[in-house]
Ligand binder design. Structure first.
Ligand SMILES: C[S@@+](CC[C@H](N)C(=O)[O-])C[C@H]1O[C@@H](n2cnc3c(N)ncnc32)[C@H](O)[C@@H]1O
Length: 228
């Protein structure tokens, strides 16, 4: 499997090219919490997939991420869109540089999982700290929505074994509701399909993409949400 930390540091633009081949999640978020006029925080915003669709209707949006390089891509997109209601801050999910009760909506896409990997000795403490920070920063009546992988290359959910304990904790320990959606990649041509899947997901999936001549690569995502 490729080194994702190295990708977030050195290949942020290429990551952004990959995820630009997926559907935008505006409607999925708006169904769970209509977001027009809200103060929003995007945890692990990366290159801005969620921030970019929320910002035009948000009152304000703060994009947080451990990687400055990823946040630079987010900032460039928001500037290009002519928006001014945003800021980016480098931060770890376990210590958010935000005031108590300062946000109405917190979203997080494919990011908290890096702290919730059950092969990490501290994964349960990590998740407790992240959920504690989310609850501290949300206003009463606020909402948190978390997206995580349920398997790339699959048409129905196949969550990675090392994330199942974290996913169970979200529903059983922290009281989140849950559903799953499809977030398939639609690539422009065969070369792009192979290159971008190999770059981020590694040889096993990319070899299957080549063998089966896949331009549409199926993916499932879990959605967890909690209203305070
Ligand atoms: C797969 S990307 C997701 C980016 C974006 N949310 C999206 O939907 O495309 C994961 C991001 O999480 C960030 N990340 C990983 N661990 C983190 C942590 N402990 N605190 C803050 N950000 C973290 C990485 O730097 C990376 O930008």
């Amino acid at each position: 499997m490729p080194d994702h930390n190295a990708i977030y540091k050195n290949e942020a633009e290429r990551y952004h090219q990959l995820i630009s081949k997926q559907p935008d999640l505006r409607e999925c978020i708006d169904e769970l919490r209509p977001f027009r006029g809200l103060d929003i925080v995007d945890l692990g915003a990366g290159s801005g997939r969620l921030t970019a669709v929320l910002a035009p209707q948000a009152k304000s949006i703060i994009a947080l991420d451990a990687s400055e390089a990823m946040l630079e891509v987010t900032a460039a997109g928001l500037k290009e869109a002519g928006l001014t209601n945003w800021s980016t801050i480098a931060a770890d999910h376990r210590r958010l540089p935000l005031a108590d009760q300062s946000a109405d909506l917190i979203v997080s896409g494919w990011s908290i999982c890096y702290l919730g990997d059950s092969s990490l000795a501290d994964w349960e403490r990590n998740i407790r700290e992240v959920i504690g920070e989310i609850k501290r920063v949300l206003r009463p009546g606020g909402t948190v929505i978390i997206f995580e992988t349920m398997g790339t290359g699959y048409e129905t959910p196949h969550p990675p074994a090392f994330l199942k304990p974290y996913y169970s904790a979200l529903t059983e320990q922290y009281g989140f509701s849950h559903k799953w959606i499809r977030t398939d990649y639609r690539f422009d041509n065969a070369a792009q399909s192979e290159q971008l899947t190999r770059f981020f997901f590694g040889d096993e999936l990319a070899d299957r993409v080549v063998q089966q001549k896949l331009l549409q690569v199926p993916e499932c995502a879990g959605v967890w949400w909690l209203h305070l």
